[in-house]
Ligand binder design. Structure first.
Ligand code: FES
Length: 149
């Protein structure tokens, strides 16, 4: 079945089963592989993207539910990695293995869009659903504070 999607500001067309999770549409149909597969059941946050500006789990969103909603992935957060979070992630060496970090940045970006100067508690509450197997949580928090300056 054919669907039209708006991804990173561009209209894209895909031919796929309506129940296909957005994660696989992004990775396998649109070659946007920055969004990662972790658990596949909405528990780890590795697949976090923005849907109409809200952080959402791409592994748990069937293609048929998207309609004309706007999807933004890590590739669309900025065209040249100049988002304040991308800069602070680099300057503070936030990632370790890096696998979860696109999802972490997308959740952090959604947080900062709503709350430009979050407290530690705000950050911990908002980021609680994004797991990091290297436990970079302290640096993630510092990176968000740095981006908020
Ligand atoms: Fe989507 Fe884990 S892969 S939440």
């Amino acid at each position: 079945m054919k669907f039209s999607l708006t991804v990173n500001g561009q209209s894209r067309s895909v031919d796929a089963d309506p129940e296909t999770p957005l994660l696989w549409i992004l990775r396998d149909h649109l070659d946007l592989v920055g969004t990662k597969y972790g658990c596949g059941i909405g528990q780890c946050g590795a697949c976090t993207v923005h849907i109409d500006g809200e952080a959402a789990r791409a592994c748990s969103l069937p293609l048929s539910t998207l309609g004309d909603k706007k999807v933004v992935t890590i590739e669309g957060l900025s065209t040249d990695a100049s988002h304040p979070l991308q800069k602070s992630w680099c300057s503070l060496d936030v990632p370790q293995c890096g696998y979860c970090q696109a999802g972490q940045i997308m959740s952090a970006a959604a947080l900062l869009a709503k709350n430009p100067h979050p407290t530690d508690t705000d950050i911990d509450e908002s980021m609680a659903g994004n797991l990091c197997r290297c436990a970079t949580y302290t640096r993630i928090r510092a990176g968000i504070h740095e981006a908020a300056r």
